[in-house]
Design a protein around this ligand. Structure first.
Ligand code: HEC
Length: 178
């Protein structure tokens, strides 16, 4: 399945989710050409450590397929077939000319959050490096409960997405208490 990882666009470039015959989500290999939403550094909302052995924080970068981003700007929420990608990367500090601060290094994991009515709404998928297709993470996992309880808009963390906060507030899709 390596052709899926290197250059092919299984969804025809539209950013719609594509699935294998047995229902696995095909890795959206072109997500780096999608719309950039935000970066977080050293965020500590999860139970697992966010630093490596040398104390370097992890970065996360969030991307979304451009069609869904444009629709959010109009409506304040995500349309069917939205794919949000969380890319987790390591970091380093002392290299080349850099003296302080951190820059991003290699990808540790990619997680995808897909809104698909044909799959009964939102689903999460995990892609450790080299994974071509992934099964939906079971609904009993804490991904779902944390996102449902704490995500400001439609189970997503728009409270941390600086270009989308005002849109959601204006359109009235912002959940109170976030
Ligand atoms: C304790 C709360 C919590 C849990 C549990 C959690 N997340 Fe998240 N998730 C977050 C936060 C906070 C962000 C925002 C990250 C940022 O701002 O950079 C986020 C963002 C995301 C995004 C980006 C799109 C979005 O929905 O906003 C994806 C994809 C994602 N998480 C996948 C997962 C997966 C897969 C799991 C389970 C394996 C999981 N998350 C478990 C809190 C959580």
């Amino acid at each position: 399945m390596s052709f899926l990882l290197f250059g092919a666009e299984p969804n025809g470039g539209k950013g719609d989710p594509a699935y294998t015959k047995d229902g696995k989500l095909i890795f959206p290999a072109d997500y780096r050409t999608w719309t950039f939403v935000t970066s977080g550094v050293g965020m500590t909302y999860g139970p697992t450590g966010t630093k490596d052995a040398e104390g370097n924080p992890r970065f996360d970068n969030v991307f979304v397929n451009p069609e869904a981003y444009k629709e959010f700007l109009k409506t304040g929420t995500w349309p069917d077939k939205t794919q949000l990608v969380l890319e987790v990367r390591g970091s380093e500090s002392k290299a080349s000319i850099n003296k302080d601060g951190h820059f991003q290094t290699k990808t540790i994991a990619v997680e995808v959050h897909v809104k698909d009515t044909s799959k009964k709404g939102w689903g999460f998928y995990g892609f450790p490096p080299g994974t071509a297709a992934a099964e939906m993470i079971p609904k009993t996992q804490n991904c779902y409960s944390c996102h449902e309880q704490n995500g400001a808009v439609d189970t997503t963390f728009v409270q941390f997405y600086p270009t989308l906060q005002d849109v959601a507030q204006e359109k009235g899709t912002w959940k109170a208490a976030h």
